[in-house]
Design a protein. Structure first.
Length: 285
């Protein structure tokens, strides 16, 4: 069951990247993140109410509250960095770096959760690292201009995403996964809007493009579905396996980006893509 949930998470996460890219062509990425989080929050709490898990709110321990809140803050930071990177960089470059958080997640799971790193898993980590490097395909001097800053945001997104997985695994141990997801989303929402007002971006709300707003909302729905699947899988399965499956969303993203944005992989990036996917799939053995 948790394997199906993990693959469902990957599918919806792949669609999220495409929809989000469509919604931030003119809209500020921080504002878009805050708006889509409203949709995710509504979706996640709807599932909580339907499942009746809200009745266990009073029984949540302080330890679980702590890890859920910190996990939510880490998620918020990851989102803000990720969608900023998406706004200024090519989706086929940004997404692979974000998905490389698998490497750090496996290392952290080994250190803190005592999940074993077998020789095969070690080789898979190396394949994922090599594949990610090949897919970046950064041009010389690109990091010096404004467009090149996507790399910094993408790397930060990956770091915070790996922390989210680890903290989320601990925080979901004694709580319904839907309720845990809803609580974390509320934390992300508060953080996202604090950033919007801190950056004085709230005035852009009145000039939102309706077409982009639609895509932002759709990306929020896709994110909500991805989260519900992901944290259900994380609750039942090992983090070192669930996370790599979730990162297969890269396949969905690359396919859709070709048809929607006409972004093509060159030979180097294609080799990296194959290497990254092969390493991820071997994780399942």
């Amino acid at each position: 069951m948790w394997v199906l949930c993990a693959f469902g998470s990957a599918f919806f996460a792949g669609i999220t990247s495409i929809l989000a890219k469509c919604g931030i062509k003119k809209t500020d990425s921080h504002v878009a993140t805050a708006l889509r989080t409203i949709v995710v929050l509504f979706f996640s709490w709807l599932m909580v109410l339907v499942g009746g898990s809200h009745q266990s709110l009073s029984s949540i321990s302080m330890r679980t509250w702590f890890f859920l809140i910190v996990s939510g803050l880490s998620t918020g930071a990851s989102w803000l960095c990720y969608f900023k990177a998406l706004q200024i960089g090519d989706i086929n470059k940004v997404v692979p770096i974000d998905k490389s958080s698998t490497i750090l997640t496996i290392i952290l799971a080994f250190i803190f959760l005592k999940e074993e790193i077998t020789p095969l898993k070690g080789r898979c980590v190396c394949m994922i690292a090599i594949g990610t490097y090949l897919m970046i395909d950064k041009k010389e001097g690109e990091i010096k201009d404004e467009k090149g800053s996507w790399l910094i945001y993408a790397l930060l997104s990956a770091i915070f995403a790996s922390l989210t997985s680890l903290l989320g695994k601990v925080g979901m141990e004694n709580i319904d996964s839907n309720l845990g997801t809803a609580i974390r989303t509320a934390v992300v929402l508060v953080m996202a809007w604090v950033v919007v007002f801190a950056c004085h971006k709230q005035h852009t709300l009145k000039d939102l493009d309706k077409h982009e707003l639609l895509f932002i909302c759709l990306s929020g729905l896709a994110t909500g579905a991805s989260w519900l699947c992901y944290y259900k899988a994380l609750q039942m399965g090992p983090a070192s396996v669930v996370v790599p499956i979730d990162k297969l969303s890269l396949v969905v993203t690359v396919i859709f980006s070709y048809f929607v944005f006409h972004e093509k992989l060159n030979k180097k990036s294609l080799c990296g893509f194959i290497c990254l996917i092969a390493g991820t799939l071997l994780m399942l053995l």
